[in-house]
Write a protein of this length. Sequence first.
Length: 131
Amino acid sequence: LQRRAGSARTLAYARVATPVAPLPGWRGDLGLSLARGSGFSYGGPHDRGVAVDAALSRGAWSLRGEADSFSGPDGARFRFATATLSHALTPTLSPFATGYRWRESGPVESLGSFRSAIVGLSWQATPVVGV
């Protein structure tokens, strides 16, 4: 629970997760999150949210993703999904492919709809700096 200074708004957030092994050799976590409270998502018009996330790995392969759905009292809706597949070629180099998608609907559409796909190579330059 969180209460903003100078505000009567209380924000609540909870996440539960469980280990999963969906296929032989694959290991990971599956999570479910719930949120409630006016402006919980970057001060937006949404006051309720639910999300599912997963992180799976097998050897050098990694698959991560999440799907979120937020709604507000005025009919505002925001849906977001992302997934990333990566492969560790070396301890410091990993090619990856990522997809993003969101859609906003309701009386105020500041973000609208968006889709993106990114393919790249990440490099862990130091233990705390990655590019």
